[in-house]
Ligand binder design. Structure first.
Ligand SMILES: CC(C)(COP(=O)(O)OP(=O)(O)OC[C@H]1O[C@@H](n2cnc3c(N)ncnc32)[C@H](O)[C@@H]1OP(=O)(O)O)[C@@H](O)C(=O)NCCC(=O)NCCS
Length: 448
């Protein structure tokens, strides 16, 4: 066999290893929309879930069934009725929901039972277990609308689900719950997935949806074409929701975002909105650094924000030791004061623990990230990573295609985060003129 056979495979596989280790024994709750199943995506998703489970992740899968119920209703000559984004379930709709749920459970179990040789499911043994893990209560009458058999989650049988996961099974939940009197209620997939993730204290809540994620500044004119925001803090997600009027309509990105916010506020640290249309989107989001959809993350423990003039003293104090040992180029107070609007900082309790600046070169559609620094006592806890992400977001919102850094000692940190070495000749002309050839900094570029 040639020595360069599959030469990319080993480094690629090793790059996934940290994620495999990190997620082993963690619990993910996956909300799969009925639209995804109707679009024929079930088999691919089942393959990916089987693989993720084989890598030690405990999985609860909640399926939706909105289009399937609507189809059954249409076949019976009825129209679907909604209010406040919730189906009004009369007795015909309840029958349709029960039929659709039964049918989908069979289809999902079948998808997890495939195992033909030479397919990704060969050798997979996924035991799917569903059951009456949810207690429901009626939505009742809201603003004069009687929701009849539509319900909300009253209680999740956490111990029952945990025991089933402990057995190594995948737990499958339909959006149905029963009241203590045995009455069935039609629930929404999004509410079930969110409640279950909160009650299980899941590590991730992931919605596989018809939307590609949350776009950057979606409420601005032309915002519907903006790039996907890969990471939103809880605060940013809440601020965005307040500005999005359509958030209560299914099929709207804000509809999923509100559930992510609910989960995040209740302690689920990471919630994701992913497109089912992209083959392998689950794998791309979970095992690739930048992901593909939008992740909502709780950053309340510290403030990552744009700098103001009051931060100049804190920034100077932070970078000074690194200037002294030559890691960073010297910047004086007036320079930082002048450029303060280009800085992003991390602050805990009024103290600046990290900073980075972004100097755009719009004519070359790029920008320099400079003075990336994290204070020695909080290095290694991901602050550098968060600053990088925020700086990337700022560059993207300026419509730039890449960011670059000049470094003498931190090359590997950047290489691990998607930067590539280039010749100093690559630099925009205006920056090349200032390049200090004695310092011999390496230039690294990351495409956005
Ligand atoms: C580079 C720096 C910003 C990273 O910040 P951080 O908050 O520690 O970064 P993160 O927590 O996101 O990442 C930590 C990882 O980076 C690694 N790392 C830290 N410094 C590194 C370096 N110089 N080269 C390679 N890897 C480095 C850590 O070992 C750790 O690895 P692990 O996750 O495998 O344990 C920080 O180390 C720093 O301020 N360094 C001094 C200033 C500097 O060099 N800035 C760059 C100027 S171009």
């Amino acid at each position: 066999m040639s020595s360069n056979f599959n030469f990319n495979f080993v480094p690629w596989f090793r790059s996934v290893a940290p994620y495999i280790h990190k997620f082993r024994h963690q619990t993910f709750v996956i909300g799969l929309t009925g639209e995804g199943i109707a679009a024929g995506k079930l088999h691919g998703i089942a393959q990916d879930l089987a693989l993720i489970q084989a890598m030690g992740v405990r999985i609860v899968l909640v399926h939706g069934f909105r289009p399937q119920v609507n189809e059954q209703l249409a076949a019976k000559g009825h129209v679907a009725r909604y209010a406040h984004g919730i189906r009004i379930t009369d007795s015909v709709a309840l029958d349709c929901a029960q039929e659709a749920a039964g049918q989908l459970r069979y289809e999902i179990e079948a998808a997890f039972s495939q195992g033909l040789p030479n397919t990704p499911m060969a050798g997979a043994t996924v035991r799917v277990i569903s059951g009456n893990f949810l207690t429901a209560r009626p939505v009742g009458i809201v603003d004069g609308v009687d929701f009849q058999h539509s319900g909300l989650v009253r209680k999740v049988d956490v111990a029952g689900i945990q025991r089933t996961l402990d057995m190594g099974a995948l737990v499958l939940l339909s959006p149905f719950g029963f009241s203590p009197t045995g009455e069935a209620f039609n629930l929404s997939m999004e509410e079930v997935a969110t409640s279950v993730a909160i009650e299980l204290r899941a590590d991730k809540l992931i919605f596989l949806t018809e939307v590609p994620g949350i776009r950057m500044q979606p409420d601005q004119p032309g915002g519907e074409d903006n790039p996907i925001d890969t990471e939103l803090s809880l605060a940013a997600a809440q601020a965005l929701l307040a500005r999005l009027p359509g958030a209560l309509q299914p099929a709207d990105a804000g509809f999923y975002l509100q559930h992510c916010v609910t989960a995040c506020k209740a302690g689920v640290e990471r919630s994701h909105i992913l497109p089912f249309a992209v083959d392998g989107s689950l794998l791309l989001e979970v095992y690739v650094h930048d992901g593909i959809g939008t992740m909502v993350i709780d950053e309340k423990l510290e403030a990552l924000r744009e700098a103001s003039i009051d931060d100049v003293g804190g920034i100077l104090q932070l970078i000074e030791p690194f200037e002294r040992d030559g890691t960073l180029v010297k910047r004086d107070r007036t320079e930082i004061e002048r450029d303060i609007a280009t800085y992003t900082v991390i602050e805990h309790d009024g103290v600046i623990f990290g900073c980075a600046a972004l100097y755009p070169y719009p004519e070359a559609r790029t920008a320099e990230m400079a003075a990336l620094t994290v204070s020695p006592q909080s290095q290694g806890t991901g602050d550098g990573q968060k600053l990088l992400k925020r700086v990337e977001q700022r560059a993207r919102s300026l419509g730039l295609d890449s960011i670059f850094v000049l470094t003498t000692r931190t090359r590997h940190w950047f290489l691990k985060r998607g930067f590539q070495s280039v010749d100093p000749d690559w630099l925009p002309d205006a920056r090349k003129r200032k390049y200090n050839w004695d310092r011999r900094s390496q230039v690294l570029v990351k495409k956005l």
